[in-house]
Write a protein that binds this ligand. Structure first.
Ligand SMILES: *[C@@H]1O[C@H](CO)[C@@H](O)[C@H](O)[C@H]1NC(C)=O
Ligand SMILES: *[C@@H]1O[C@H](CO)[C@@H](O)[C@H](O)[C@H]1NC(C)=O
Ligand SMILES: CC(=O)N[C@H]1CO[C@H](CO)[C@@H](O)[C@@H]1O
Length: 463
């Protein structure tokens, strides 16, 4: 399946050498629009570590392969076919399946050490695996769930197995990656792994009926974009876990606009593989490695083309966080709040949707889940810093669609309209966030509901 998707995406990008023609004129040059989209997505969700100590070796190799992939897909069909049958082919990936057979925690940990000592695991990756094990174990034990030790062992064995596979045979993400569901179901793997960390008794979903409306729109062939705040690497898992009881097809169909870390870091790649992704290199790290700037720009242009193609096909559900990074607490009060939306990103997304020839709708979303894996207090590189993982309640909520023409009808010019529209989405997201906070942190539960946000716990009412 992954293989066939890969060839599909390759043939799409090959046959669309004039894909820029699909883009609204305002997108020319595409790169400038992308820079804004890129700013939206220093998304680092899923990695359980802040800035994982990757070995330079791995990083360089990963990048080299990305470059190679790009070049081969652009040079000729034969080269593209070769790339498709390489590391991107999940079925053909061979690896030593040592971790899945571990019978105990001690055995699992000693296997990590053994692989490191024998040179099959770079020391930094081995260290990251150990740390992940301990943090995950602590969090699952906090939950008081029966058989916590078995859950930790079985989920960590699988996670380490998949991380090791990626070290031995790195997976290369195409600009548009479709969730890998077979032969190994990475989506269910991610769901099962994160599930024990969510305290469902203290978790809430806002406005379930709006998801019914979204489902209808998608069925009619319309596109839907969720404009959201961004809290942790686990955001996609939290969304999918809270929706799986009532709207599993929506949970499975979201395509996340993601930053490059989630597709290059060996500790988080297995989790990313289970999600539909459009990968964008973030503006923040665009110039980190001068030799890669051009590759990143070209890759971003391809991602934007892929996004335009997806939207043209209709029935797409995209998630994007137009804030340029994860939320952080207010330094004075210590309170968390949704980071402001970048109006340029919102505007680019809206225009992409409007130019797709299919009706499109933007909905404001709020997520509260930072307690599960809070990001480090300051942005970036604290190599070796311990990442906390806890068992905690989480929530998310969706507000009614916000229509550009309606909220900007009194605006005098397009600059002002851009700001007004982004603000309307942001204000809805923030208002919903505050209600989730009241329910989860202030322990008001369902009583925190208001006329605008109706909270529920749909996992209690299944069937
Ligand atoms: C992982 O955790 C889930 C709970 O989410 C549990 O049902 C499952 O057995 C564990 N192991 C695997 C391999 O999924
Ligand atoms: C539009 O311009 C007029 C005159 O400059 C101003 O009074 C009005 O407040 C502006 N509209 C908005 C929505 O700001
Ligand atoms: C557009 C899309 O990805 N649709 C998928 C939604 O999810 C179901 C399974 O839950 C798939 O069958 C669809 O192909």
């Amino acid at each position: 399946m992954l293989n066939s998707h890969l060839s599909l995406s390759l043939s799409l990008s090959l046959s669309s050498s004039s894909a820029t023609a699909l883009l609204p004129r305002a997108f020319s040059p595409a790169a400038s629009a992308l820079r804004a989209v890129a700013a939206a997505s220093s998304s680092r969700w899923i990695s359980l570590r802040p800035s994982p100590p990757r070995s330079t070796f791995l990083r360089v190799r990963g990048m080299a392969e990305l470059v190679q992939d790009k070049e081969s897909t652009e040079s000729s069909g034969a080269a593209a076919a070769a790339a498709a049958s390489g590391s991107g082919d999940e079925e053909a990936r061979q690896h030593s399946r040592i971790f899945v057979d571990a019978r105990s925690e001690e055995e699992l940990l000693s296997l990590i050490t053994k692989e490191k000592d024998e040179g099959r695991l770079p020391p930094n990756v081995a260290e990251g695996m150990e740390e992940l094990f301990h943090n995950y174990k602590n969090a699952v034990f906090q939950s008081g769930i029966p058989h916590a030790d078995e859950i930790v062992l079985s989920n960590m064995s699988v996670a380490l197995d998949r991380i090791f596979l990626d070290v031995e045979d790195p997976f290369i993400f195409p600009p548009y990656h479709k969730a890998a569901r077979e032969p190994f179901d990475y989506y269910m793997f991610g769901q099962n792994y994160i599930r024990p960390l969510v305290d469902f008794r203290n978790s809430y979903v806002g406005n379930i009926p709006v998801f019914d409306e979204i489902r209808e729109k998608l069925q009619e062939g319309h596109n839907v974009v969720l404009i959201s705040n961004h809290q942790t690497e686990a955001d996609p898992a939290v969304i999918a876990l809270l929706l799986e009881g009532t709207h599993s097809h929506i949970a499975e169909n979201v395509t996340y606009v993601a930053g490059d870390r989630v597709v290059t870091d060996p500790l988080c790649k297995p989790f990313s593989m289970g999600r539909n992704l459009v990968c964008v290199y973030s503006k923040k790290h665009m110039f980190d490695v001068p030799e890669l700037v051009e590759m990143k720009r070209r890759s971003n242009t391809r991602s934007l083309k892929e996004m335009a193609l997806l939207l043209r096909g209709g029935s797409q559900l995209l998630w994007i966080a137009p804030s340029g990074g994860r939320d952080r607490p207010d330094p004075l009060t210590g309170e968390w709040y949704p980071a402001p939306f970048d109006s340029a990103v919102v505007d680019n997304m809206r225009r992409l949707v409007e130019h797709s020839a299919v009706p499109g709708h933007l909905y404001p979303l709020a997520l509260l889940c930072y307690d599960i894996m809070p990001p480090p207090p300051q942005v970036e590189k604290e190599i070796g810093e311990r990442r906390v993982i806890t068992f905690h309640g989480a929530g998310f909520s969706v507000g009614p669609e916000i229509k550009f023409n309606e909220v900007t009808s009194t605006c005098n010019d397009s600059e002002e309209a851009k700001e007004v529209y982004a603000r309307a989405l942001y204000e809805s997201s923030t208002a919903q966030y505050n209600i989730l906070k009241c329910a989860i942190h202030d322990k008001k539960g369902l009583e925190a509901s208001t006329a605008e946000v109706s909270l529920s716990q749909p996992w209690n009412y299944e069937n």
